[in-house]
Design a protein around this ligand. Structure first.
Ligand SMILES: Cc1cc2nc3c(=O)[nH]c(=O)nc-3n(C[C@H](O)[C@H](O)[C@H](O)COP(=O)(O)OP(=O)(O)OC[C@H]3O[C@@H](n4cnc5c(N)ncnc54)[C@H](O)[C@@H]3O)c2cc1C
Length: 364
């Protein structure tokens, strides 16, 4: 039987997530076009443990407890089965590289270009049976963005509680959009502190740094610290699924990002699993990962957030406070039950959401 030739474009999260599982695809050889030489910035990916993270569980850092805080309330969530995990990007890429068997994968450190529905490298056409494309796409103007800057810091004294992640702490400057702090406590004196905004305008570096400094001073009594690492990012808060006739988009380009939260990593693992199944059973390949209902709910949520960001620190707390740790973890990973949806819908302010629904329907 002739082996199928599978081309993968883009050496980021989706590309490596696919290639690390290349041996699971029956009768196939792979050509993996990295793009750059993979000297991109290191950072962390966060997600809740699921069956899609089982095989790399040992290289994740995990917390069974996480918190949401606003000026009036605080709730701690707990889950044994679905802890909050983070994975370091470089560690992950190295893990994936170790899984690759050279016999069926050819790695090509070159950029792919497309012209008239054909792919080229060094102006030569790329041949093959399948083309999976995870190259970055530019996103539109005037859209809501999740943008953030984080510092990994070390303090002289013990200041952090290493048992609990602070997923969202809204006790910070809310004048530029919905703003929260994210704290990953690696130990009692080492943590990642991230200032994150949901708004249309990316702020200058000074803004995030000043927010982090005030937060550390006000709530941890920290004035002096050593910066070990800095990371930053921008994630569009709208659904992108780039369609091309000659290829299948994967990763952020292929609709894996959950628009309302920016979480992508675990959805990429799920998307790749589905595609491997489709390849092995000769099914029509599709990259769909979020249900139509969940995308519609995200649209409504984002419209409401654009209209009235000020109420969201309270709303995020309310929406989640009715959920158990497991329910929240499953919801964030896209595996929620109907009961969880009902609990969330019940907690939403009805007038604002009716306005948002009306807007979304009118636009369609
Ligand atoms: C700093 C940061 C933190 C994040 N944190 C989280 C998180 O905690 N949890 C979460 O779920 N998500 C997170 N995300 C979002 C998401 O997981 C990442 O954006 C993820 O990297 C998306 O994977 P991808 O493969 O689609 O894109 P990328 O990882 O960006 O990969 C695209 C690749 O395509 C390559 N490329 C570009 N042009 C070409 C070309 N012409 N030819 C060949 N290759 C090309 C690039 O070099 C790149 O390697 C974060 C994003 C950022 C930026």
């Amino acid at each position: 039987m002739k082996k199928k030739i599978i081309n993968i474009f883009g050496g980021g999260c989706a590309g490596f997530s696919f290639i690390r599982r290349s041996q699971e695809v029956k009768e196939a050889t792979f050509k993996f076009y990295l793009g750059s030489d993979n000297n991109e910035k290191d950072h962390y990916w966060g997600f809740w443990r699921s069956k899609y993270s089982n095989d790399f569980d040992e290289i994740c850092l995990k917390w069974n407890k996480w918190k949401i805080i606003n000026y009036d309330n605080e709730k701690t969530f707990f889950s044994c089965q679905h802890p909050y995990c983070i994975i370091n990007k470089n560690k992950w890429i190295n893990f994936c590289k170790r899984k690759i068997k050279n016999s069926n994968v050819k790695i090509i450190k070159k950029k792919v270009e497309d012209k008239n529905s054909k792919f080229y490298v060094d102006e030569k056409p790329i041949e093959g049976d399948y083309f999976f494309d995870s190259r970055n796409v530019a996103f539109g103007k005037n859209i809501l963005l999740q943008h953030f800057l984080g510092l990994t810091i070390e303090t002289n004294d013990n200041k952090f509680d290493p048992s609990t992640v602070i997923l969202m702490d809204f006790r910070c400057n809310q004048s530029r959009g919905l703003h929260f702090m994210y704290v990953i406590p690696f130990s009692k004196n080492k943590a990642l502190i991230e200032s994150t905004l949901f708004s249309k305008n990316v702020e200058n570096r000074k803004f995030y740094l000043s927010a982090i400094n005030s937060y550390l001073k006000n709530f941890f009594n920290i004035e002096f610290f050593k910066v070990l690492k800095e990371e930053k990012g921008i994630i569009p808060m709208h659904h992108i699924n780039f369609f091309q006739e000659n290829s299948v988009s994967i990763g952020a380009r292929g609709g894996a990002t959950k628009p309302s939260s920016g979480y992508t990593f675990i959805y990429i693992q799920k998307q790749i699993s589905n595609i491997i199944y489709q390849l092995n059973y000769n099914l029509k390949i599709n990259n769909f990962i979020h249900t139509k209902f969940s995308l519609f709910m995200d649209k409504i949520f984002i419209k409401a957030l654009e209209k009235n960001p000020k109420i969201f620190p309270d709303l995020f707390y309310k929406m989640n406070s009715r959920l158990s740790g497991d329910e929240m973890a499953l919801f964030m990973n896209g595996n929620q039950s109907f009961k969880t949806w009902l609990k969330i819908i019940y907690s939403l302010p009805k007038l604002l959401f009716l306005y948002a629904i009306w807007h979304c329907i009118k636009r369609n």
